[in-house]
Ligand binder design. Sequence first.
Ligand code: GDP
Ligand code: MG
Length: 221
Amino acid sequence: MVLRIPRTSVSNSVPSLSRMEANVVVLGADNVGKSALTVRFLTRRFIGEYGDIESVYSHILTVAGTEVALNIWDSPYAQDRLNQNCAKEKQIKWADGFVLVYSICDQASFNIVRQHIQLIKSMKGYPGTDKAPIVIVGNKWDLRHRRTVSSEEGRLLALATDCDFCEISAAETYHGVLLVFHGLVDRIKESKMLTIRKTAGIKGIVRSVSAVFMRKRTNSL
Ligand code: GDP
Ligand code: MG
């Protein structure tokens, strides 16, 4: 099941991008299904066991007319704390967007998502559309009879932190996983377009100010 929080989109008001690159990091506690989610998206398959290989996968997709070279960094198991924090900071710097996964049957994994949002916020600024888009994913929806994290908790966290939210089962369906990545890439595209527009705006202001100065200098000569 996918519960996407509707938000005002800016995509209609920005010019289109025909090509772009997007770096996405998949973060979360161990065993929540990060690899399952990533592999499901890339191959459409659920293979059950994934081992502990850290990988950056590359994938080409088209989202709303834009060809996207998507790089997905699937995080490995947590190792010792210091190395883990360094690795996480490196991942956060690299990423344009984040998939934060928890298991709806594991409250501790949900708390880790909160911590990740704080960390991302402290490094990238507030995770709104013009910063680093985040989608919070409650995985293992097929085990909802054993749920310990309610949909409400997930939705409220997303609302409070300006993230997207959905609940899915990587084991049961491909569609939800597809929506997670497509939705995030859409947000990354919006955020890149806003950056381009802001930069163009600043350049425009600099040009106008320079023109005024030039005019003043010419007048005073
Ligand atoms: P990671 O450590 O976060 O990368 O987790 P994995 O992707 O390796 O998955 C951990 C375990 O959870 C594996 O046994 C998966 O088969 C299982 N798993 C992953 N997604 C789901 C799901 O949606 N439903 C169920 N029931 N099990 C899942
Ligand atoms: Mg894994």
